[in-house]
Design a protein around this ligand. Sequence first.
Ligand SMILES: [Zn+2]
Length: 252
Amino acid sequence: MDSHLAIMQQKSLLKSIKMKTLKLSITFFILFTFTSDCFSQKDNIFFWKINTNNEKVIFLSFDDGPGEYTKEILVILKKYDIKAIFFVLGELAKFRQDIIREIVRDGHIIGSHTYSHKNFYQLQKNNTIPQLKKILVDELEKTEAELKKILTHNFKIQFLRMPNGYYRQWMDEVIMHKFGYKVINWTFGCDWHNYTEDEMFKKYINALQPGGIYLFHDGGKHRDRTVKVLERFINYCLEKKYKFGHLNDWIK
Ligand SMILES: [Zn+2]
């Protein structure tokens, strides 16, 4: 009888430990999900990943153009019928107006990457917040004006990627409230590093995940590896049954 009681007590103790662990796990899960969600969505205006409910959809994004490699990239995207987003620089758009029009004609999204790719991390060291806000407003206004001139006056920018993905709280007022942009950072990108084509390709495929936003560069020099890795990456994703999403369909 005693041993039976001991077993019963042990069982009930175990059950209580299990319940506590379960409760703790649930609390942790809720906390983690909540906080990670806050970070990733930030009131639905800041994204580094898209919530696709685990659906195998990913997003391609290109920075620093329009550049020497943009046309080549557009050909690849057309070949696989993929729609992407191009974060362009106002000061470069001015010199490659035809490419800007071609990007839009092909059904891709044009996002702002500011006018001249200023490094706000550096600027923040020697400027006050009001001064920084002024610089940022100027960068965004000039880009909008340039794109409206090239496209139509009704053209509306919806998405912004800050140079170097640098984002701070003080920018909220300008970017989100004054301009109404959504900020798109990225889940993974490494084509600006000094990797071989194979190394780069492996890094991209290792980072493949539902909802991932992948960054490549169509602007800048020596992007031959980027172009090759991009096509290999697309093929790999298609083999793994991933689809390529259009940000407009996923962010409202
Ligand atoms: Zn950039």
